[in-house]
Design a protein around this ligand. Structure first.
Ligand code: TA6
Length: 281
């Protein structure tokens, strides 16, 4: 079952429910901000102070970073993480595959507003399969007559019980770029985090695991050659109006990405697909 709902301020979202899961997807940014498997706690973290306002990215869930990840130095007014997450997408498919799986597709096409910021013709679709697992994939097509480069991410906020006790399994000895120190490093397996972390890992395996006190989540990625790991910690959270002071303790971003040096060139009439499947195992 899928229904179009609105918050009091008119902010629109799809509400999905089937026998295996329930979810909510904002039309702005094709932004899933709730996914809960039957019998489990919410997979995705959502800030208690998240804004559900036009042109403001939701703090939590899975923000879609496109057509660039991070800051864009080509223009001081260009939005961090691109414009896709603050634009209204069209719902092009909502279908119950069976009692346990719902298929939702939203689409964003280039228009005058996007071309002012990024002068290419494209369309991008976000494809969700919502059931006992959550599959999210981004399909980018170059509709221009020249190639373009993109960096992207599914900027996924995972709900955890305690940032000091989570374990990332599958990144041993992986190289990363540390955005805080501007240096490269090598992952050392250790439990938990005790400070801000903002890293782009490269050449990551297509399956990694988030081990928490309350569950183990498998993250299977495709079309991605990098993974971003982020937690703002105390100081950065203080300067974020949509974060509570202790919100950092129960979230960790693990972002299936083409970020940093992992730039994807898409040729005319060609497409690129990046996505992830999240399973509670
Ligand atoms: O995920 C890593 C990152 O690029 C961090 O540097 C931090 O800026 C985070 O994204 C959140 O960005 P946002 O624009 O959503 O506040």
């Amino acid at each position: 079952m899928t229904a179009l709902k609105h918050f009091n301020n008119g902010f629109a979202y799809l509400e999905i429910e089937n026998r295996q899961a329930k979810a909510k997807i904002a039309l702005q940014g094709a932004h899933i901000f709730e996914y809960t498997k039957e019998g489990e706690a919410s997979l995705l973290w959502l800030s208690q102070k998240s804004l559900f306002e036009n042109n403001k990215a939701i703090r939590g869930g899975i923000p879609v970073c496109f057509p660039w990840f991070g800051k864009n130095d080509k223009g001081k007014d260009l939005p961090q993480h691109g414009f896709a997450r603050t634009m209204i997408w069209d719902v092009v498919l909502q279908e119950d595959l069976d009692e346990c799986t719902t298929h939702i597709v939203l689409r964003l096409e280039s228009n005058a507003a996007t071309k002012k910021m990024w002068n290419y013709d494209f369309h991008v679709e976000l494809d969700f399969l919502i059931g006992k697992q959550l599959q999210v994939s981004m399909h980018i097509k170059n509709c221009s007559t020249i190639p373009f480069d993109v960096t992207t991410a599914l900027h996924t906020y995972f709900k955890i019980s305690n940032i000091n006790k989570v374990l990332l399994d599958g990144l041993s000895h992986n190289q990363y770029y540390d955005a805080l120190t501007k240096k490269r490093g090598t992952h050392q397996d250790s439990t938990g985090f005790s400070q801000e972390v903002d890293r782009i890992y490269y050449a990551v395996p297509n399956k990694i695991y988030l081990q928490d006190e309350m569950r183990k989540v498998e993250i299977e990625s495709f079309g991605a050659h990098s993974l971003v790991v982020w937690n703002p910690w105390i100081e950065k959270s203080k300067h974020m109006r949509d974060m509570t002071p202790d919100g950092y303790k129960t979230m960790l971003c693990l972002e299936t990405a083409n970020a940093g040096d992992d730039i994807v060139t898409i040729h005319p009439n060609q497409s690129h697909k990046i996505g992830a499947i999240y399973r509670i195992v």
